[in-house]
Design a protein around this ligand. Structure first.
Ligand code: KG4
Ligand code: ZN
Length: 335
């Protein structure tokens, strides 16, 4: 048969995930086993705990993905797996599982960059039109990526310190919100007003780079100073103000890059793409650009999953990429 059927595996952080993708954009199955409950009490992902959970879950999750898709290993065109970036001990579990299955069944193996996966989540919704830019905002990444064709990625701007999601998680912690903090700040922000004056790091003229550590420090200092003066700051107002600062910069730089590169599409990607405020403001900003299409994946495809790795892996496979059995996990992999 001439269908392209790819089994995809993703274990870069704290989700053990497997999916089966047909012809690059049809989700036959998409299984995610989240470990959030195990890491919550530590206020962040504990790498060794993550690795151990992946080892326990990986075979079960892959079996479930194959069963739900109703395919056998003989049906598979390729096996795609996240090779980096991420936590090395976590990545190794997925890489080894994928290698073992590829070897046992004689199936081509394709290593996928995690961020390429986040971007290709969008192809599960609609065909990509080039040139495009993608705003990638996750716990580990904040980047504007320019794509002129399938499988080609140019990073035109990136964070110089904290990732947007990291800033969300750190600010959430100072507000005593549970991990991961992004969704909690998002919810709280809608109950408050952005009345607190916080900085926006535009950086030097013309750059698409970002910086969020100053904003995070400003939040901490403002809360600390208020406490010293015996004043109360409404957490919802702080959440709203912080969120507004992040969104203002993300949206303005994305609009500027979209105009400069005359793109046909703007794709939102990564866990922070689940943010309601960011989604709304991007929609508002791009409403007037009729020639540009703004694509925003549903929440379940924004946070870590294997369907996105399957979508990216299919394109890489079709472009001829093959990984050998010496493929290693690469925590610092460049896109
Ligand atoms: O892409 P992802 O699932 O994992 C990484 O590759 O990092 O992103 C997780 C990040 C966390 O920092 C989390 O707080 C953030 O995405 N996040 C959000 C929201 N939902 C998840 N940040 C802001 N608003 C949200 N609604
Ligand atoms: Zn991610």
């Amino acid at each position: 048969n001439n269908k392209t059927i790819v089994l995809a595996v993703e274990t870069s952080c704290d989700e053990t995930a497997a999916a089966v993708i047909q012809n690059g954009n049809e989700i036959l199955s998409n299984i995610v086993a989240s470990q959030i409950e195990s890491h919550k009490r530590f206020g962040g992902v504990v790498p060794e705990i993550a690795s151990r959970h992946h080892v326990e879950e990986i075979t079960i999750v892959i079996e479930e993905a194959m069963q739900q898709a109703n395919v056998s290993f003989d049906d598979l065109t390729a096996i795609a797996v996240t090779e980096g970036p991420g936590l090395v001990g976590a990545l190794l579990v997925g890489v080894n599982a994928a290698k073992a299955l590829a070897f046992a069944h004689g199936i081509p193996l394709v290593g996928v960059h995690h961020i390429a996966g986040h971007i290709y989540a969008n192809r599960l919704l609609t065909e990509m039109k080039f040139p495009l830019i993608s705003l990638v905002v996750s716990g580990g990444h904040t980047e504007i990526v320019l794509m002129r064709e399938h499988g080609s990625f140019e990073v035109i701007g990136e964070t110089r310190d904290d990732a947007a999601g990291e800033a969300y998680d750190k600010v959430a912690r100072t507000l005593n919100l549970p991990y991961p903090g992004g969704p909690h700040i998002d919810r709280l922000a809608h109950e408050g007003e952005p009345t607190i004056d916080l900085p926006r790091a535009w950086l030097e003229e013309g750059t698409y780079d970002f910086s969020f550590s100053g904003l995070k420090s400003a939040v901490i200092n403002t809360l600390h100073n208020a406490e010293q003066r015996g004043e109360a700051i409404e957490p919802a107002d702080m959440a709203a103000s912080f969120q507004q600062s992040v969104i203002d910069v993300l949206v303005a730089k994305t609009v500027k890059a979209a105009e400069e590169y005359q793109v046909k599409q703007v794709l939102l990607a990564g866990g922070v793409a689940a943010n309601k405020g960011l989604r709304r403001e991007l929609e508002k900003a791009f409403a007037s650009f009729e020639e540009m299409e703004l694509i925003i994946p549903p929440l379940s495809l924004c946070t870590d999953n294997a369907a996105m790795i399957g979508a990216a892996g299919t394109v890489l496979y079709q472009k001829g990429k093959r990984s050998n059995y010496a493929m290693n996990a690469n925590p610092g992999l460049d896109i």
